[in-house]
Ligand binder design. Structure first.
Ligand code: ZN
Ligand code: ZN
Length: 220
């Protein structure tokens, strides 16, 4: 089941889930990873990377990160397999502005678009308090929470009440389950990011990272 892979993350023990454990059903909200992100160094000094794409379904339909522009056809197909057209997505959240996370925003012109701390509907931008550290609730179960550090304006999406407990779709707050040797190199502010990582670990039961498989936070 993959849960024998325990990793100490700060004060917390985490366990990576397997490729078959990417769906977290719940009532009223379910969370499904449509594509597991990756980041792979190549021998020529480049690296290949794509951001995790996650779908939250329930009273509202929320897509968290869209992958890169090359994911366009994959994303349309993955939604179609679930009986969804792009117009059915109510809210699209880009956890931050990197190209492998927000490459397909243009598929969703009618959705509420949240990228970092910007919240817009069409060309209308809504004032909000994400920059001041306040969550932006979508409803009583789903909220967008500020989680900067990787960039200056990262957000995560918290979903309460799934069968796995509270799920946090974290973007690049976490690269993957065992990222202790890599996340700082990609961080704009390691102190801020470390504080937000610890906050995430203390509140979430499952974390969906930006470039790896979901992992469980183990508590005794
Ligand atoms: Zn990323
Ligand atoms: Zn990033």
């Amino acid at each position: 089941m993959g849960t024998d892979n325990h990793v100490v993350c700060g004060h917390f023990l985490t366990a990576s889930l397997s490729q078959s454990q990417v769906d977290f059903p719940g009532d009223p909200y379910s969370v499904s990873v449509l594509k597991v992100g990756y980041c792979l160094p190549q021998t020529d000094g480049t690296f290949t990377a794509d951001g995790t794409i996650t779908l939250i379904t329930g009273p509202r339909t929320v897509l968290v990160d869209t992958g890169g522009p090359w994911d366009r056809d994959f994303l349309l197909m993955a939604l179609k397999q679930r009986g969804l057209d792009p117009g059915d997505i109510n809210v699209v959240v880009g956890t931050h502005g990197h190209s492998d996370h927000i490459g397909n925003l243009s598929l969703f012109p009618t959705a509420v678009i949240i990228v970092g701390y910007d919240i817009s509907e069409g060309d209308t931008y809504r004032p909000n308090k994400l920059a001041e550290g306040h969550a932006y609730p979508i409803d009583e179960y789903v909220s967008v929470v500020p989680s900067p550090g990787h960039t200056g304006q990262d957000v995560s999406v918290q979903v309460k009440g799934t069968s796995a407990g509270t799920v946090l779709v974290a973007g690049d707050l976490f690269e993957c389950c065992s990222d202790e040797d890599s996340w700082r190199d990609l961080s704009m502010n390691t102190a801020v990011q470390e504080a937000n990582r610890q906050k995430a670990l203390s509140t979430a039961d499952v974390i969906i990272p930006g470039h790896g498989l979901p992992f469980r936070v183990l508590r005794s």
